[in-house]
Design a protein. Sequence first.
Lengths: 289, 269
Amino acid sequence: MSTKRRGAALLAGLLFLAACQQAAAVPAVVCVGEATTYLDWLNGDFLPDVEGTIEEPADTAGDLLETVQENGVLRISTDANYEPQSFLEPDGTFIGFDIDVGTEIATRLGVDAEFQHVDWDAITAGNWSERWDISVGSMTITTPRKDILSFTQPYYYTPAYLAASTRSEVTDTDQLPFELPDGAEPTTLATDANCIEAIEAGRPEFDLVITSGTVIDGAVDAGSPILKIGEPIFTENLAVAIDQSGPPHAALLFEIDRIIGEMHEDGTLTELSEKWFDGADLTQDPSAS
Amino acid sequence: MTAAAGTPEAGSILAQLEAYQERSRTVFRLKFIAVWVVLIGALLGALWATGNIDLAFIAEWGPFILGGASLTILLSVVSIIFATLLAIVGAIGRLSRNAYINGVASLYVSLVRGTPLIVQIFFIYFGLPQLGIVLPSIPAGIIALSFNYGAYMTEIFRAGIQAVPPGQREAAQSLGMPERQVMGRIVLPQAFRIVIPAIGNDFVAMIKDSALVSTIAVQELLWRAGQVGTQNFRSLEALLIAAAVYWILTIVFSAFQERLEKRMARGDR
């Protein structure tokens, strides 16, 4: 190669390396949970929605409500590892905001609550095969999900945030070398809680996580090396869901919706929110103010 | 100096020989145990020396993880029983001169041995609901394990049945015994004694394979260790506990099996 060519090649090489250094500071990889609204948002197809009209059905014969009341048990699906909504205690019981809400709903229906721990993507896919009755798992109401699941009114609202590992030294969205959401490369683990755990474990593949503000706060309180960054990306309304492909459930949906309304009014939900979310009341609709 | 057998001197030489053999066996055992203690101690010591082992975590969550062992044992025991029953039927089918029965049994063995156990577990738990068959996780796990091990044990039982001396069968037939009695009273009992070591091996393997059932949310040993470990960022301790429990379970059941084999072999001398 001639000197000029060599010089040009060297310069190109150095520029390339410099560019790599810049990008290598924070990879454009963002970790989210499978089948979450955070993944939808990164992919550009997040379609938040509200619950449909919920009417008291004229005929309650054969409804899931009757079956539940006969069996005396309401089977609720929840996540096994989603602090502070639902997580394990050393004596083998599960505790958390969702657990308390689910137990309260069952009590007001006059039955016991039985919790099953199911993978999140199995819950959001519908077709529960009647393995459990309802989902109290902080599920966001979205348009595609409304085709598969019936939703009650929201029982609380959370902001979704970006969080970065402290190792990456990113403290603001301006410091990111790419645009959200278009420039981000989503990667998924089973749940967003797993993403935070992977950062704790020191995995170098990603530094960024998008998840609910409550999960980030819970992790930071527990000492995780992450930091909430910037403003909320969006706010989600979280409701109880029932599988549409299961048995008829219009009466159960109406009852649970009514109970949630009661729990909003008599302050139970506010109390539970303050208990689990560091004194914050997340049960007020932010869009209504 | 030679001594005729039966004289007091021959007796004492024999006794001395036996005493010597007993001593060397004892010395061997002591050395063996010493090696195990030293190696395991070194391994645990090295882990401890990293300073990364959290004893408080083990004390807090250990009982919960250990609680999963009872479900592991339950799954293994129930599955091995069903697998053995399947294996007897399958082995007789494989040896049948009826082409249809033989064909079905051979298909069962080939299909189930030819697909991974984890695929079978997922199929029964996630796939069957699409056909309308919904099973809770523990029965699904037991069915998958029994079916899978039944296929492997079918071949073992077949070999066991074929290992019973043909003279036994011929003698039974010459006594005018119907085929069913020949099988049920003469051949199978003897075949069973031959395959006991293999069943024992499979039981020990089943204890470990039961860990796969954690993938369908059965709260057995591995599920608990995995959940607790990830949730508290202490996977090393949690999984060490699980591995140790599996190891102890297999050692205990292998010891039982050895005892059983020795008892059964007594009749052969």
